[in-house]
Ligand binder design. Structure first.
Ligand code: CTP
Length: 203
């Protein structure tokens, strides 16, 4: 199969020295890409600026818009998309050309939403499989199910915010037909194997 994987955070610049981002390390996506290659699939990995070095051949992007266009360009090619990335959901309304100076007074930053990548790609999903993640601090399963439906996912891995950047995580895998399986304190490699088992069984 041809598998497209997205990993890591994105960055939205405030001024030449500051950005908005999150704690995603990229490890979950790298583990999925490695496991998929090990099983003989053809893999394209697109990654934001991760703290861990990505595998050779990775397509690097920085902003959420750049990640969307890199994935859009390759979505037609793939049979399955594994969307482990944590794109920044907000960007500063404008990027200041010069470093913003502190004044000693409170400052406000006007933020605008960035595109929802999965929602945009899911519009031309066709027969492709879409595996997504859901990061939820409350009502994990209910909210993850709602995201799965809204973004036309075939499998969602629901986890708590502590999973971002961590080596191990507890994830609950959910499918639209009511399927549910929890992996407790699993390494990202083990989660990747389960996701690839599931993809293998579906195609
Ligand atoms: N995602 C995406 N584009 C974004 C944000 C998230 O494609 N701009 C994807 C993530 O890669 C993940 C899924 O959507 O597979 C759910 O991401 P999550 O951060 O849990 O939720 P959001 O959709 O961003 O919603 P909210 O922040 O309101 O919980």
């Amino acid at each position: 199969m041809k598998i497209l994987v997205a990993a890591g955070p994105t960055r939205e610049w405030i001024d030449p020295v500051r950005f908005l981002s999150n704690a995603s390390s990229g490890r979950m996506g790298f583990a999925c890409a490695r496991e998929a290659r090990r099983r003989g699939h053809r893999v394209v990995l697109v990654a934001g600026p991760t703290s861990e070095p990505p595998p050779p051949g990775t397509v690097r992007v920085e902003t959420t818009r750049q990640m969307l266009s890199a994935l859009r360009r390759r979505f037609g090619w793939c049979d399955a998309l594994i969307m482990t990335a944590a794109p920044a959901d907000f960007a500063p309304a404008a990027r200041a050309r010069a470093k913003i100076k502190k004044t000693g007074r409170p400052a406000a930053l006007r933020l605008v939403p960035t595109p929802d990548i999965l929602a945009a790609l899911a519009r031309r999903k066709g027969r492709r499989l879409i595996v997504g993640f859901a990061l939820e601090s409350h009502a994990l399963v209910r909210r993850a199910r709602a995201k799965m439906a809204a973004k036309r996912m075939d499998l969602v891995a629901a986890n708590a915010p502590q999973a971002a950047g961590a080596r191990c995580a507890t994830v609950t895998l959910l499918t639209p037909d009511g399927g549910r399986e929890t992996l407790r304190g699993a390494t990202k490699e083990r989660i990747a194997r389960r996701i690839l088992d599931w993809i293998g069984a579906r195609k």
